[in-house]
Structure formats: structure tokens, C-alpha cells
Design a protein around this ligand. Structure first.
Ligand SMILES: NC(=O)c1ccc[n+]([C@@H]2O[C@H](COP(=O)([O-])OP(=O)(O)OC[C@H]3O[C@@H](n4cnc5c(N)ncnc54)[C@H](O)[C@@H]3O)[C@@H](O)[C@H]2O)c1
Length: 456
């Protein structure tokens, strides 16, 4: 096969070659499934969607209207039906909600599909370990959608670190500002509000962040010890403003106009959002009904996204700090916080023995201590040679797809820059951090790995 990627760069070229597009099956035509599948529409020489499993008819039909070449016999209502038939594609892209990933990965691995699985891998360390064992045993290419690793910004940052521009990394300070309205949407009213129904917020939101910290530190410096503090401080009944009275929905609330978390402001203020796209699309059941202002308004009267943020059934932390010590003694502190103006624009300071970096998810300010010179790098959001713009996550969504597709095309898992065991390790760090928070202890990550029976 003709290699289209320059090794390790993620730079693929949409040029005519003798190579056939990589065939993918998509599991779950929700928000994420649509994004990854759109890569194929923009880059048909690289990738083609040939099969789909999705139980919700409107989502399935909308998906099939975009991907018109999927044969009818390759459309399923459940991924469990797809694993009953012989292999339909080179790879499967698993985009169901968190609780459904583990079994799905294990079953598709048995059939020899290469697998791209949405993050988090799963919601328990045992499941993550079982998935790792399954994909290693099947000898397939496996990637977790840790999209941040594949954005041009983080590729540039990692290249600087690998070139030892900062000397030895001594300390990292990293912040994930979730954004006040985004947190209210996803973690107070939405899919990831309850640990029991989904997972804890550090896993749901910030498995990306603990993974990127492990990535910055490199495989020679795995995490050794971790502790954490955090809680659900604000989105609770006892914090409800008195003026909101007994109202349980924004549409009935006297305080609504003064409330920063008003669902009416969030979903009906067109100046803030594309009124047909995310998050309004989620309010309309992910496309179960037409996304228009009338339906959004109706959903706010009866659905979960119209609830008062102080009257929801949420229980996940709205702020959490994690401190990590890595092999060799380097330290990192991480903060996930709901209450920010920025929305998911991670802020990072990397302090090294001969240089420092300040990154804001867009530009990298690098200061060389020897020369005193500061250089500002703006890597943009587009992966060279990939059509369709950078897509979301600073270009990480398409950067990941380009890299995964290329790894499958070349049969070369090393292009991913992350082994299944490394993906497992960064998830284990998240589980260990959460346990450290709950038990108020410092946890030795390797001991935790063994105690949770993750190591054979
Ligand atoms: N990588 C990222 O940055 C990122 C961002 C947001 C969400 N996520 C993760 O992506 C995943 C999907 O999130 P989403 O927002 O797209 O959710 P979603 O609810 O919009 O989509 C999930 C889809 O899976 C479908 N589904 C359910 N059961 C199924 C089955 N048995 N077979 C086939 N399909 C089935 C649902 O009907 C739905 O359409 C989650 O794990 C989430 O945590 C990742």
C-alpha cells in the first residue's frame, strides 16, 4: 500500500493513489459518530463508511441520508446484530455512551476489526483492563479517542518537549476550564450528570487531561503517585437563590433573567450558538425531533435540559484538583473547574530545567532560559493534507481520524503514538485519582493497578 502519512506527523495527503479507502463501520450515530463519519465525506479517498448500527430511527435515517453508499444489509439497530455477521469493514468506530464501550470493543476485537473507541475506554479499571487484553490478544490496531493528542497544537508542543527545548520537564500546571454553561449542559442537566448512570466527572471530562499530561511526560516517566480534592460545590439545592422559589424549570422561574445558568439564555439565545447545532441538537434528542426554536422551547418545558440547575439529580464534582508525581520526580497539578469564561480551552504551563512553555490551546509561548528569547508558535487547527478543516477539539478530531485511518491502511499501530497499555495506564491514573479523592489518601498508581487486578 502507498503510505500517505509522513510517519508520526499525522500529515496525510488526499491524492489519487492505488490505495483503496479504509472501510469503517460506525457504532452510534450520535454527536460523536456524526463527527468521525464526516471525515469520510470530506476525505473519500482515505476513508469510506460502509456500515452503521444505531437504534434511534431518526438519527439512523439522517445518517444514511448523508452516507448514501451504505448498503441496506449493512445497517443495524444494535451493534450486537453487527457482530453476528461476518466482518463488514476494516475498522469499527465505537461512539456509544461510556457504559457500552467495554463489551462492544471485546466483541469486535474477536472478529478482527481494528477499533477506534470513544473516550473513556470504560467506566471501571477492570473493564479497561479486559479491553486491553482483548485488543492485544486479537493483535488489532486500537485507539482511544484522546483527540487532544492529535491536534496540531499538541503535536507542536510534544515536538518541542521531545527536542528537549525545555530541558528536563520538572513541573506542569494544567487547567481544564469547562465553562459555566457547558458544565450546566453536560454535567448538571445532561448525559454525564450522575456517576451511577455515566461516570464521575474527572473521567468523563478530564480523562483527556490526565492522558495529555502522561503524553507530555513521555513513556519513560509514568505516573507514580496521585492525590486529589474536589466536590460538587454549587449545583445543589442548598445553593438555589431564594428568588427562584419553588420553580424547578427555567420557563417557570422568577429568577431566570438574573440566573447565569438559565436554559432559556443557553439554548434560545441565537447570538450565543448555532441554533441548529450542538448543544441545541442535544436538547432536541440528538435529532429525534427537528432542531428548531419551537422544539427547543417545547423541550425546555418538559425535558431534562429545561431543569433548574439547583433542582437536577446531578451528583458529579464541579471542581477537582489532581496532583501527580511522575517517575523521576517531576510533578503536575491539574484543575478541572466548571466556573470559567473559557470553554475547554486548556491552559498549560510547562516548567523545564532550561526553558518554559505557556500554552493556551492555540498558541505556544516558549522561552529559552539560555538566550532569554521567547518564541510564539501558532500551529493552527488543520492537519496538512486533510480536507474539511480541522473540525473540533482544535483540529484533534480530524487529526485523530487521519492518524487512525493511516495506521489501519499501513497496518502500523505505532503511527498512533499510543499503545493500548498506555491508554490503559492513563485511565488507571484517572480511577486512582478519583479513589484518592474519595478516600482522602495518596495513591501509588502501580499498587492501584495491581490491586484493581489490571495486571495479569
Ligand atoms: N472525544 C471527545 O472529546 C468526546 C466528546 C464528547 C463525548 N465523547 C464520548 O463519546 C461517546 C458518545 O457521546 P455522544 O455525545 O456522541 O453521545 P450520543 O448519545 O449523542 O450518541 C450515542 C449514540 O449511540 C447510540 N446507541 C445506543 N445504544 C446503541 C447500540 N446498542 N448499538 C448502536 N448504537 C447505540 C445512541 O442511540 C446514540 O445515537 C461517549 O462515550 C462520550 O463520553 C467524547
Amino acid at each position: 500500500m502507498t503510505p500517505l502519512l509522513q510517519a508520526g506527523t499525522g500529515e496525510a495527503a488526499n491524492q489519487v493513489t492505488d490505495r483503496l479507502p479504509v472501510k469503517i463501520a460506525v457504532i452510534g450515530a450520535g454527536e460523536r459518530g456524526k463527527v468521525y463519519a464526516s471525515f469520510a465525506l470530506h476525505n473519500p479517498l482515505l476513508c469510506q463508511v460502509v456500515a452503521l448500527a444505531e437504534p434511534v430511527s431518526r438519527r439512523r435515517e439522517a445518517f444514511l441520508r448523508r452516507h448514501v453508499d451504505i448498503p441496506a444489509q449493512n445497517v443495524f439497530l444494535d451493534w450486537k446484530e453487527m457482530v453476528k455477521v461476518p466482518k463488514l469493514a476494516d475498522a469499527v468506530v465505537i461512539c456509544t455512551l461510556d457504559q457500552l464501550h467495554a463489551e462492544c470493543v471485546v466483541e469486535f476485537a474477536k472478529l478482527g476489526y481494528h477499533i477506534l473507541c470513544e473516550k473513556p475506554m470504560a467506566i471501571s479499571p477492570q473493564e479497561c483492563a479486559a479491553m486491553t487484553r482483548a485488543v492485544v490478544q486479537a493483535n488489532i490496531i486500537f485507539a482511544v479517542c484522546h483527540v487532544l493528542r492529535y491536534s496540531p497544537y499538541n503535536r507542536s508542543l510534544k515536538q518541542l518537549l521531545e527536542a528537549k527545548a525545555c530541558g528536563d520537564v520538572i513541573n506542569i500546571v494544567h487547567v481544564e476550564p469547562v465553562g459555566w454553561w457547558h458544565f450546566a449542559h453536560s454535567y448538571v442537566r445532561g448525559n454525564w450528570r450522575c456517576e451511577e448512570q455515566a461516570t464521575f466527572s474527572l473521567m468523563a471530562k478530564s480523562c483527556h487531561d490526565l492522558d495529555i499530561l502522561c503524553h507530555y511526560m513521555g513513556t519513560n516517566h509514568p505516573p507514580r503517585q496521585v492525590h486529589s480534592f474536589g466536590s460538587l460545590s454549587h449545583f445543589r439545592r442548598d445553593k438555589k437563590p431564594a428568588a427562584a422559589g419553588l420553580a424547578t424549570r427555567c420557563v417557570d422561574c422568577a429568577f431566570e433573567k438574573d440566573c447565569p445558568y438559565s436554559a432559556l439564555k443557553l439554548y434560545l439565545d441565537k447570538s450565543k450558538h448555532d441554533d441548529r447545532g450542538w448543544p441545541a441538537s442535544v436538547v432536541c434528542g440528538g435529532g429525534e425531533v427537528e432542531v428548531d426554536m419551537e422544539n427547543v422551547h417545547e423541550a425546555l418545558k418538559i425535558g431534562p435540559y429545561g431543569r433548574c440547575v439547583y433542582e437536577s439529580d446531578n451528583d458529579v464534582c464541579d471542581h477537582q484538583v489532581v496532583n501527580i508525581e511522575f517517575e523521576g520526580g517531576a510533578t503536575a497539578s491539574f484543575t478541572m473547574v466548571a466556573f470559567s469564561e473559557l470553554v475547554c480551552e486548556r491552559q498549560t504551563r510547562i516548567h523545564g530545567s532550561r526553558g518554559a512553555i505557556i500554552g493556551d490551546s492555540q498558541t505556544i509561548r516558549y522561552t529559552d532560559f539560555a538566550t532569554g528569547k521567547t518564541t510564539v508558535i501558532d500551529p493552527g487547527t488543520e492537519t496538512q493534507g486533510i480536507n474539511g478543516g480541522g473540525s473540533g477539539h482544535g483540529g484533534g478530531d480530524y487529526g485523530l481520524m487521519a492518524t487512525f485511518i493511516e495506521a489501519v491502511a499501513q497496518g502500523n499501530a505505532s503511527l498512533l503514538g499510543c499503545s493500548p497499555q498506555q491508554a490503559l495506564m492513563s485511565h488507571v491514573l484517572v480511577f486512582a485519582a478519583e479513589e484518592a479523592r474519595k478516600k482522602r489518601v495518596v495513591i501509588d498508581v502501580e499498587d492501584y493497578l495491581r490491586s484493581e487486578a489490571c495486571i495479569d
